[in-house]
Design a protein around this ligand. Structure first.
Ligand code: GLN
Length: 278
């Protein structure tokens, strides 16, 4: 009996059956399933209701397997929507989070990046820097990452989104950055080494940074005076609960004043640095 059952499970499934099986997997939610149906099978949420008995092709079984192995739907689909752009993602880059989108949208609304020089440090997919470059065509955006594989993804995202004012540098944090910038924006790795995460598919390089998770900020903040212009400012994504530790790193360095901002979920999520007035 189990063999029979197993053989049956390999047959392509109907839309309804796909949805039922996917939603049975722990950590898979309706929006993920609807995204997969739309982006991979071109099945809309209306089709799910009126055409639920239609059979999907053989990819349906392969996708259920991947979901079962906890692969994020964004990697299965291969792209996400971010601040109005399509951003390609694969396991070489972190899947951009809503909090990062909030950071970008806030910055684009409050700062005029026209004619400014901007660095997206630890750019991953390029979502931050490319969003700014796209909205401010007169800005000059440099995106850097230690991972050449990540830079390849970011370069493709530049092409996909028709952006002309962005260039790329492979750099271990600020090691290979020679210019001075008006704005530096970074969502660096900030999870303490050894922490268990929901999926093992995302790159460790993009997530973990030292035993307390703050090595990345120490490295960046200590070199900041060499890469920020006199009136330059830096913006970081941070982890809620780490704001006091971060502010003391800033304090010890001595040149900048740090301001913490909360996100829409009321968590301390962003840190802004500007030069103290002397
Ligand atoms: N916010 C991400 C997470 O919770 C971590 C991103 C990062 O380390 N910069 O998985």
């Amino acid at each position: 009996l189990p063999i029979c059952h197993g053989a049956n499970e390999r047959r392509p499934v109907t839309i309804k059956e796909f949805q039922r099986r996917a939603l049975n997997i722990q950590g898979v939610y309706l929006p993920d399933v609807l995204d997969i149906l739309k982006e991979i099978f071109n099945v809309s949420s209306v089709d799910v209701i009126i055409d639920g008995d239609k059979e999907l092709d053989s990819r349906s079984i392969e996708i259920l397997d991947r979901l079962n192995k906890k692969e994020p739907s964004a990697y299965i689909i291969g792209h996400i929507q971010f601040a109005g752009m399509t951003i390609k993602v694969n396991p070489n880059v972190l899947i951009p989070r809503m909090e990062t989108e909030e950071l970008v949208l806030n910055l684009c609304e409050t700062i005029d990046f026209s004619n400014k020089k901007i660095l997206d440090l630890c750019c991953g997919s390029g979502c931050i820097g490319l969003s700014i470059a796209k909205r401010f065509p007169s800005s000059t955006v440099i995106l850097s990452d230690i991972s050449k594989e990540a830079i390849n993804v970011a370069e493709e995202n530049k092409r996909i989104n028709d952006i002309n004012n962005a260039t790329f540098v492979v750099s271990d944090f600020l090691e290979s950055i020679k210019d001075k910038f008006d704005y530096i924006i970074s969502n660096p790795p900030y999870i303490p080494e050894g922490t268990k995460t929901e999926t093992s598919y995302e790159p460790d390089l993009a997530l973990f940074s030292g035993i307390d998770g703050l090595d990345s900020y120490r490295k960046i903040i200590n070199k900041l005076p060499f890469v920020l212009k006199e009136k330059g400012e830096a913006f970081f994504e941070i982890e809620d609960g780490r704001e006091d530790d971060l502010l003391s790193i800033v304090d010890r360095q001595g040149i900048y004043k740090g301001i913490i901002k909360k996100d829409l979920a009321n968590k301390a999520r962003f840190m802004y640095l500007k030069k103290k007035i002397s």
